[in-house]
Ligand binder design. Structure first.
Ligand code: ADP
Ligand code: MG
Length: 594
């Protein structure tokens, strides 16, 4: 049996046995319960901050929503705690959705500052509302119960808390390993690429914001019934910072790191509160200072936290995808788009213009690409080629002019809608997600071809569809000559190959038109030939290609037609032979690249 399994088995036995054997001090159980309650909140933070890149200081306030909701309902209406749980969750999620709508659109440092702001506001709200007992809170909350039995015993509550923690952990792991999960994991640093493949990133941010709040609400709900009293103090900014601290110490981004971080902080705090006052001779919150020092040291020397440290010494802890080639996934192929008839106009660009301040990057540009055609867009550096791609794919809005795709005006549409119509692209500056495997990156390309949502991901009802998406991604990778790199982290690939991964990702969308921005840059001679063969086969299948490329030999042999740009405007258009001897083109290039 592998080490990992031994460890899991050992922890499971220990976890069940500890509260059952009478020799375990009750105080240990109290601490373990505190760890479990914190873990719930921190698992949410792992998703929010570690995966989604949104730092929140305000999670404790959502615990407060859960705690106060159940406290009010159980004391004033006599409802059972199990009945109030869904209500507490609903109340918190509604509040989180409203707060999230305002918060997730903030960017950079404004987002954590925003969470500070509402974290403080909610704390004072709890402390000032008459129905919530103001600063004294609600003193007589009933305990949890099972089948009429009131659970006053910490050991009984222990099992409920840790069942919730395991439920949350596995739900979150399932979620991360799914179609929605890939979209969520793209939020930190991959928003442009994700949107280009149809992910609604703002909605995805809101979803994890509410999800994290839900876990905090469950923690608060349990906390209220464990403490059998509720007051504002545990839901203030101090607690919010502590949760974030647990996430960072554990290794923000790992679900199990959340539990380890919670354990480390709860246990250390408990010890320090005894040791430090004795050391300094009088009482005070000295542990806060120590925590500050630890945080600085960790951020300096071990950014990935305790879980990251553990993985460095015992890599077997992580369940890994097989590093070597495995048999291809068996699944029914995904449905494909019906392609337009070869030669029909597919993309029509008319008088397209884009200004950046005083600079006109694209100037009154008109050209078209027909179904099944390979068109080259060439021109010296700075000619406006990449800007043209951004305009066509909806990443930038045009200043004026129209873009039609399959006859429909797409000039105002965003990248998601353009992608949904069957246009995929690669980026000149590669936009892969370095921490995801090559295969996962390419599966993100097929995002729009799946529909499984969050709930089916958590319940693992998405497996059939996942297999189909995976099979499709594998097929595209094999076709692009990357079969050996599927399970490698994308960040480990050399630049040339990353570009080919971007092509495989674009192909996974099942595009009618694929825009490639300098796909051959950084490729060796043999790899360029393989790429040329691939693009030829796309033409044979009827997929249109619009290609920006500096390698003239590569372009001239491949394309049906060339559009030449200089200073934002089209200076020539025609077959490679015609362009080859066009004096205007020669002149543009003499001053540009060799
Ligand atoms: P190419 O891909 O042909 O090398 P680009 O489309 O990247 O050229 O750039 C065309 C011109 O537009 C350049 O002068 C560039 O500096 C400018 N440009 C591109 N993007 C922006 C932007 N976001 N803001 C301001 N200027 C830009
Ligand atoms: Mg460019």
């Amino acid at each position: 049996m592998v080490l990992r399994n031994w460890l899991v088995a050992g922890l499971a036995v220990l976890g069940v046995a500890l509260p059952l054997v009478p020799v375990t001090p009750d105080y240990w159980i109290v601490l373990l319960n505190a760890i479990g309650l914190s873990s719930l909140v921190v698992i949410g933070l792992v998703l929010l901050t570690g995966v989604g890149g949104m730092t929140s200081f305000g999670q404790a306030a959502f615990c407060g929503f859960g705690a106060y909701a159940t406290a009010v309902l159980t004391t004033s209406m006599g409802l059972s705690p199990w009945l109030t749980l869904p209500i507490a969750i609903a109340v918190t999620c509604t509040a989180a959705a409203l707060i999230g709508l305002m918060t997730v659109r903030l960017s950079g440092h404004y987002l954590p500052l925003g969470t500070l702001a509402w974290g403080i506001s909610l704390f004072y709200l709890f402390g000032n509302l008459e129905v919530l007992g103001r600063h004294d809170g609600i003193p007589t909350v009933p305990p949890l119960n099972i089948g009429g039995w009131d659970l006053y015993d910490n050991r009984a509550v222990y099992f409920i808390i840790w069942a919730l923690v395991l439920l949350a952990a596995f739900a979150t792991l399932n979620l991360l390993d799914s179609r929605v999960g890939r979209a969520l994991r793209a939020l930190r640093g991959g928003v442009v690429a994700a949107e280009a493949f149809g992910v609604n990133t703002r909605r995805a941010k809101l979803v994890i914001f509410v999800y994290a709040a839900l876990l905090a609400a469950v923690s608060g709900w349990a906390f209220a019934h464990v403490q059998r009293a509720v007051n504002p103090t545990p839901f203030g900014l101090g607690a919010g910072i502590e949760y974030l601290f647990m996430a960072v110490i554990g290794g923000v981004g790992h679900v199990w790191g959340a539990v380890i971080g919670a354990a480390a902080v709860v246990l250390l705090e408990d010890r320090l509160q005894i040791i430090l006052p004795a050391l300094f001779g009088h009482s005070g919150n000295y542990e806060t200072i120590i925590f500050g020092v630890i945080l600085v040291l960790l951020l300096q020397f071990a950014r990935s936290g305790l879980w990251g440290l553990a993985l460095r010494f015992i890599p077997e802890l992580e369940r890994r995808a097989p590093a070597q080639k495995t048999a291809p996934t068996e699944a029914a192929p995904l449905p494909r788009r019906t392609p337009p008839r070869r030669g029909e106009p597919l993309l029509e660009v008319q008088s397209l213009q884009r200004n950046f301040g005083g600079l006109t990057a694209v100037k009154s540009l008109s050209f078209s690409v027909n179904a099944g055609e390979v068109v080259g867009l060439i021109g010296p550096n700075g000619a406006g080629k990449s800007t043209t791609f951004n305009l066509i794919s909806g990443i930038l809005p045009p200043s004026s002019g129209t873009i039609r795709f399959q006859g429909r005006d797409i000039s105002g549409l965003g990248p998601r809608d353009v992608a949904a119509m069957g246009m995929a692209r690669s980026f000149q500056h590669v936009k892969l997600l370095p921490d995801m495997t090559v295969l996962e990156n390419v599966m993100l390309g097929a995002h729009l071809r799946g529909r499984a949502g969050m709930v089916s991901a958590i319940l693992r009802r998405d497996r059939t569809e996942e297999r189909r998406l995976r099979a499709e991604a594998e097929r595209q990778l094999i076709r692009c000559g990357l079969a050996d790199y599927m399970h490698v982290k994308a960040g480990a690939l050399p630049l040339g190959q990353s570009r080919v991964v971007e092509i495989a990702r674009a192909l996974s969308l099942d595009p009618l038109l694929i825009l490639l921005d300098e796909p051959a840059a950084g490729l060796r001679h043999g790899e360029k030939q393989a790429l040329a063969t691939l693009l030829d086969s796309l033409r044979d299948e009827g997929t249109a290609v619009l290609l920006v490329e500096h390698d003239m030999d590569f372009v001239m042999n491949l394309v049906d037609r060339l559009v030449v740009m200089d200073f934002g405007a089209k200076i020539a258009e025609g077959s490679p032979e015609v362009i080859h001897s066009d004096p205007k083109v020669l002149e543009a290039y003499l001053g540009g690249i060799e």
